[in-house]
Write a protein that binds this ligand. Structure first.
Ligand code: SF4
Ligand code: SF4
Length: 403
C-alpha cells in the first residue's frame, strides 16, 4: 500500500489534515455497525481514522495491515452524522481507499465489473430471482453466472412516457436506470413513470444511462468509478437531459458527483414538492407497513421526511419508520459478498426488530431491498419488499376521464 512517503503527497497531506480533526472522543463508536458486531478498535471509525493518519504520516510499520479494516467499512456514514468535531469521515475514508490497493475480493470485483456493463441489464432480473429464491448472498455470483451460461432473454424495457397531457412537464427529464438495477428495479421504475404520468409529468426511462460507478467507489475502485461517471455524464450531455430523477438512494450522491449535481433530483423530494401530488387522492390501504431508511437515504440524499410525508397521504396505512437512527442492513454495495458474516449479523438484527404484523417493507435502495428480501425468504416470510413509489402508484386514485 502506498503511504504518506509515497506518491501523491498532497492527497496524503489532506488525509492527515482530516484525521487531525478527530479528537478521539469515541462518541461515534456505538453508532458504527462494524464496531457493534466486532467490538474492536480497528473496526471502528476512530480506529480507521487512526490507521489513515498513520498511513498518511508514514508511521505504519506494515501498511498492508490497514487494508482489511479500511475495506470492512460499510461507508454508511453513521459516524459522520454523530461526530461533534464534524470530521469529514466520508472524504477521509474515500481518499484513503483511493490511494490504497483495490479490493482483494475477486468475486465482488467481478460482480462490479459485470454490473457496469450494459448487458448486465439482461441478467440482472434473473440473478435477482435466483438470489432471492436461494436466500443467501453466497449464491449471488453463481446465480449471476448461471444466468449468463444458460442465456437470458433481454430484459423488458421500462415504458417510455412521452405524454400528450404533460401539462407541467418541462425540458428533457429522465428517470435514472443504472446498471443491473435497470432489471432489478424495473417494477419501481415503471411505478414511478406511471405515477408521474398520472400527475402530468413527462419522463423518459431510458435503458442506456449505464452504471453511475457508485458500487465501484464504495469498494475503493476509484479509477473505474470515475470512468463510469464520465461515461454517464457524456451520455446525458449528448441526449440533452435537463433533469435526472434518482430512484435509488444509493446512486444519488454519485449521480451528483458525475453530473455536477444541478440537474439531479431525488424522486421522493421531487414528488413531495410537486403541487399536482398535493392535490392527488389515494385509495385507503388498511395494513401495516415499515419504511426502511437506508444509510444512503440518510447520509447522501439527506432526506428522511419526504417518503414519510408522501406515504402519510394514503388513508388507513399504518406506517412505522425503522432505521431512522444510525444503522445498516449489511448490504452496503458489494459488502454483503465480501463480508457475508458481518452483513448477515446486521441483517438479522434488522429483521429481528421488524413488526411481525407488518405486511410491507418499503425501502429506497434496490441493493438493500434485494438483500433484505433474500433474508426474509430465508425465514419464509411472506412480507413484500418494495420501493415506496410502488405503493403510491398502486393507491393513486385516478380521476375518471371524459371519454
Ligand atoms: S462509515 Fe459506517 S461502517 Fe464505516 S466507520 Fe463510519 S459508522 Fe462505521
Ligand atoms: S470521528 Fe468524531 S466522534 Fe468519532 S472519535 Fe473522532 S471526533 Fe469523536
Amino acid at each position: 500500500m502506498t503511504s504518506g512517503a509515497g506518491d501523491n503527497p498532497a492527497a496524503w497531506e489532506r488525509i492527515a489534515e482530516l484525521a487531525d480533526q478527530c479528537v478521539m472522543c469515541g462518541l461515534c463508536l456505538p453508532h458504527c455497525p462494524t464496531y457493534r458486531v466486532h467490538r474492536c478498535e480497528s473496526e471502528s471509525p476512530r480506529g480507521r481514522i487512526a490507521l489513515a493518519q498513520a498511513l498518511a504520516r508514514g508511521r505504519l510499520g506494515d501498511p498492508q495491515s490497514a487494508q482489511a479494516p479500511l475495506d470492512h467499512c460499510l461507508g454508511c456514514l453513521s459516524c459522520e452524522g454523530v461526530c461533534p468535531a464534524k470530521v469529514h469521515y466520508g472524504e477521509l475514508i474515500s481518499s484513503t481507499r483511493a490511494l490504497g490497493p483495490p479490493s482483494s475480493k475477486p468475486s465482488a470485483l467481478w460482480v462490479r465489473r459485470l454490473a457496469a456493463t450494459d448487458w448486465a441489464v439482461r441478467v440482472g432480473g434473473w440473478t435477482h430471482r435466483v438470489w432471492s429464491s436461494l436466500g443467501s448472498p453466497r449464491w449471488f455470483l453463481p446465480g449471476w453466472l448461471a444466468a449468463l451460461a444458460v442465456g437470458v432473454p433481454p430484459a423488458r424495457s421500462a415504458p417510455t412516457s412521452n405524454l400528450a397531457n404533460a401539462g407541467s412537464a418541462s425540458g428533457n427529464r429522465w428517470l435514472f436506470t443504472g446498471c443491473a438495477a435497470a432489471a432489478i428495479d424495473q417494477p419501481a421504475r415503471s411505478a414511478a413513470a406511471e405515477l408521474l404520468a398520472a400527475l402530468g409529468i413527462s419522463v423518459t426511462t431510458h435503458p442506456h444511462t449505464g452504471c453511475c460507478g457508485q458500487m465501484h467507489r464504495a469498494a475503493g475502485d476509484f479509477d473505474q468509478s470515475q470512468r463510469l461517471a464520465k461515461r454517464l455524464a457524456q451520455r446525458l450531455d449528448e441526449s440533452g437531459v435537463t433533469q435526472l430523477l434518482s430512484l435509488g438512494s444509493g446512486c444519488h450522491a454519485q449521480l451528483c458527483r458525475a453530473t455536477g449535481g444541478g440537474r439531479v433530483a431525488d424522486l421522493g423530494r421531487f414528488l413531495d414538492q410537486l403541487p399536482a401530488l398535493k392535490q392527488a387522492r389515494f385509495r385507503p390501504l388498511p395494513l401495516r407497513a415499515e419504511l426502511h431508511l437506508p444509510c444512503s437515504q440518510r447520509s447522501d440524499v439527506k432526506d428522511t421526511q419526504s417518503w414519510r410525508s408522501l406515504l402519510s397521504r394514503i388513508p388507513q396505512l399504518q406506517l412505522n419508520v425503522i432505521n431512522s437512527g444510525p444503522s445498516c442492513c449489511g448490504a452496503a454495495g458489494t459488502h454483503c459478498l465480501e463480508q457475508p458474516e458481518t452483513a448477515a449479523t446486521l441483517r438479522n438484527e434488522l429483521i429481528d426488530g421488524l413488526d411481525p404484523a407488518a405486511e410491507l417493507l418499503l425501502t429506497t435502495n434496490p441493493g438493500c431491498a434485494m438483500y433484505l428480501r433474500a433474508g426474509l425468504v430465508q425465514r419464509s416470510s411472506p412480507r413484500r419488499v418494495v420501493h415506496p413509489v410502488q405503493v403510491l402508484a398502486e393507491q393513486l386514485e385516478l380521476e375518471p376521464t371524459d371519454e
